[in-house]
Every structure is written in structure tokens, then in C-alpha cells.
Design a binder for this molecule. Structure first.
Ligand code: SN0
Length: 315
């Protein structure tokens, strides 16, 4: 595996889930594989789970880890080719990526969508820039359009908690005070599509995700209708793809509460975290035994470990 940014980079979602399951059962089962290997993690945005679970996964494999919050601690990076650097940016991606490749064997990058330039975001300008100039394998720790380590953990969580062969999985838009990226939602659909489930997306009009991700899926604009008989409810806010980056406070009644959960087939509740309590989901649902959010976060370690293992195996 030379890069990990989407499902296209792996042979099979179910096989990678099996590897993650192996590491959940035996976290130290391959603890010498990463000896003398260095993992570099670059964050252009905040993180709690991604940073700590990826570090922990690397440690379980015996790797060394270097972490940098580039946005706060590093030079301001220029991403444009041929830029005349007489403004705020002090270092070009070309040198930054090449230098990092001297210190690290594998490079993780977190860089959220700008939510201002749809074309640049959906071309994955920043992540692809790193892939182009880094001389080592690069993986996404949430890029502009996807969050594959989260999605692998999500697929593992559904797999572990399903009680029927083909569960009904509903991805529901939820309210939020700020515009958020579409990455978690896009990626969840991309990964879940490769498993045996009935996948439904529900969101208000004007908030349909890119067709690249919803193709072949049912989009329901009536949330209560969509939730009927769901086995899993995955809540997430995203800003508009259509009216790129726009948000709204018009749909405050889309919060997931006990009344909505009562429409489901005793569904389990999922969210990638961090979650705004009593905006996205009520305390009652989040505190209930139906919530899987902490287990999802736990599974982040084993998802990252499966991906790092594939990198180490392939050299
Ligand atoms: C990020 C997102 O893509 O939605 C990361 C999720 C893993 N979430 C946020 O930025 C939440 C920030 C907020 O204001 O609640």
C-alpha cells in the first residue's frame, strides 16, 4: 500500500476489518514489526481521537512517532505551484514534504476542507500535494473530502454490533452552529457501501452530499420516514455541498432525540465525536445504552493499527 486516502487504496474493506479485529484481540501481536520505523503525523487542524489513537496504534507496533501541529507550531506553508512567496507563507510544501520524508518512513496528514473553494477541496489539493512531494507513503487523518480511518472504525463498529445479516444503516444530517466539512459523511457512505447493509441518507433539501458519494443510494428528505426500522443511526452535521460551505439554523428539529430513536428498530446510535450535546443529539440518547460513540472511538486505535500494519508489510 503506497497511500491510504480512500477505499480505492485497499484491496478489500472486509479484509481490512478482519485485520483491525485481529489487533483488537491482540494489540501487541506484531509489536516488533515497526522497530526502527518512524511515523510522522502532521496536523493542520485540531484533533483528540485521531492523534492519540494513531499514536497508540504506532506504539502497539513498536514504531517511533513524531507529531507536529503545523498550524500552530510550524512555518506557514504555501501549496500553490509557482507562487511568488512575498506574502504570509514562509515555506513551500515542496521542501516541507521532502524534508519530512528524510525523518519519517510514513506520513499522516490532517487537513480539513476550506469550505470556500469547492474545486480545490474536491481535488484534494493539499493531500495530493503531500503525496506528490513526499518520498514516503502518505495517509489521510481527515482530508477535505474523506476521513478513512474514522470510516474503517465505523465499519468495524457496525460489524461488531449488528444483530441481523443486513442491517438498515441511516446516516442522518443533524443541526450544528458552525459549517462543518462533508468528509466524515462522504467517507462513511463510501466505506459502508462496500459492506452488506441497507444504506439510507437523510438530510434537509439543499444539503444533499456530492453525487460521487450518494450515487446508487436512497436520499430521504423526511428524517422520521428514513429512521423507520433503522438498526443503526449515524448522526453528523455537514455544510451544504450545493451552496458550498453554507450552513443553516432552519432545521433545529433534526436533533436526534429519544422520540426519533423510538421510530427505529431499537437502533444503536453512532457519531464520530466531538459531538455538540443537545444540538446534534440529546443527552438522553448519548447517555443511553444504545450509544456506541465510545466504542467507535476505541476502534479508532485498531483501525489505525490495521492501516499501519499494511504499510509496514508492504515496506
Ligand atoms: C470535524 C468534522 O469534520 O466535522 C472532525 C470530525 C472528526 N468536526 C469538527 O470540526 C467539530 C467542530 C465543532 O465546532 O463542533
Amino acid at each position: 500500500m503506497k497511500q491510504f486516502i480512500s477505499t480505492q487504496d485497499i484491496d478489500s474493506v472486509p479484509k481490512l476489518v478482519q485485520i483491525a479485529k485481529y489487533f483488537k484481540a491482540s494489540p501487541h501481536g506484531k509489536e516488533h514489526l515497526g522497530k526502527n520505523k518512524t511515523l510522522g503525523l502532521l496536523f493542520f487542524n485540531s484533533s483528540l481521537r485521531t492523534r492519540l489513537s494513531t499514536q497508540k496504534a504506532a506504539q502497539n507496533l513498536g514504531m517511533n512517532v513524531l507529531v507536529m501541529n503545523v498550524d500552530e507550531e510550524g512555518w506557514k506553508i504555501e501549496f500553490d505551484e509557482g507562487a511568488v512567496m512575498n506574502q504570509g507563507e514562509q515555506e513551500h510544501l515542496q521542501e516541507a514534504a521532502a524534508v519530512l520524508s528524510q525523518y519519517c518512513d510514513f506520513i499522516g496528514v490532517r487537513s480539513f476542507a476550506s469550505l470556500t473553494d469547492r474545486e480545490a477541496d474536491y481535488e484534494e489539493k493539499i493531500l495530493r500535494g503531500f503525496i506528490r512531494y513526499a518520498k514516503k507513503p502518505v495517509f489521510s487523518m481527515e482530508s477535505a473530502t474523506r476521513h478513512p480511518l474514522q470510516s474503517l472504525a465505523d465499519v468495524l463498529t457496525v460489524e461488531e454490533n449488528k444483530t441481523v445479516e443486513k442491517p438498515k444503516v441511516v446516516l442522518s444530517w443533524a443541526p450544528h452552529p458552525l459549517p462543518l466539512p462533508q468528509a466524515v459523511a462522504n467517507s462513511f457512505l463510501e466505506w459502508m457501501k462496500q459492506t452488506d447493509c441497507e444504506l439510507v441518507v437523510t438530510n434537509p433539501e439543499g444539503f444533499d452530499l456530492s453525487e460521487e458519494f450518494t450515487e446508487g443510494l436512497e436520499i430521504v428528505h423526511d428524517q422520521c420516514e428514513a429512521l423507520k426500522n433503522a438498526d443503526f443511526v449515524y448522526a453528523k452535521n455537514w455544510s451544504s455541498f450545493e451552496n458550498y460551505g453554507a450552513t443553516t439554523d432552519a432545521f433545529s428539529d433534526w436533533t436526534i432525540d429519544s422520540r426519533k430513536m423510538a421510530l427505529t428498530n431499537r437502533a444503536r446510535f453512532m457519531h464520530c465525536l466531538p459531538v455538540r450535546r443537545n444540538v446534534v443529539v440529546t443527552d438522553e440518547v448519548l447517555n443511553s445504552e444504545h450509544s456506541l460513540v465510545i466504542e467507535q472511538a476505541n476502534n479508532r486505535t485498531f483501525a489505525a493499527q490495521a492501516v499501519l500494519y499494511k504499510f509496514l508489510q508492504d515496506g
